[in-house]
Design a protein around this ligand. Structure first.
Ligand SMILES: [Mg+2]
Length: 109
């Protein structure tokens, strides 16, 4: 089992396929949508922790101990896993958000 194969993603569908394959390879196939949601909240809170350090709210922690790129990547990975668990297509999800935002902000101009 090679968990370290390199993949250059072209779109969200390929990301979802990679995440699905990776999760099956490590055998974490019994995770529920609740498990993925809880993990997503955990990963998102790690982004919040970095921001709180950057903005001086947590002076006792060192920013060097954190990597925002990794934390954003964690959120992307878990979001993909949750979408897979829910049977959702992230490209379609994003297109719906685009449509919503265009409608919302189109009304403002
Ligand atoms: Mg993380």
């Amino acid at each position: 089992m090679n968990l370290f194969f390199k993949v250059d993603f072209m779109d969200l569908k390929e990301l979802q396929e990679y995440v699905d394959k990776w999760i099956k390879m490590i055998g974490e196939t019994d995770w529920t949508k609740w498990n993925y949601f809880a993990r997503l909240v955990e990963e998102a809170s790690e982004i919040g922790e970095i921001l709180s350090i950057q903005e001086g709210h947590k002076k006792h922690k060192k920013i060097e101990d954190f990597d925002m790129e990794v934390e954003i990547g964690d959120v992307l990975f878990v979001t993909s896993a949750l979408a897979n668990c829910l049977g959702l297509d992230l490209n379609k999800c994003f297109r719906k958000v685009q449509k919503k935002l265009n409608k919302q902000f189109g009304k403002m101009s």
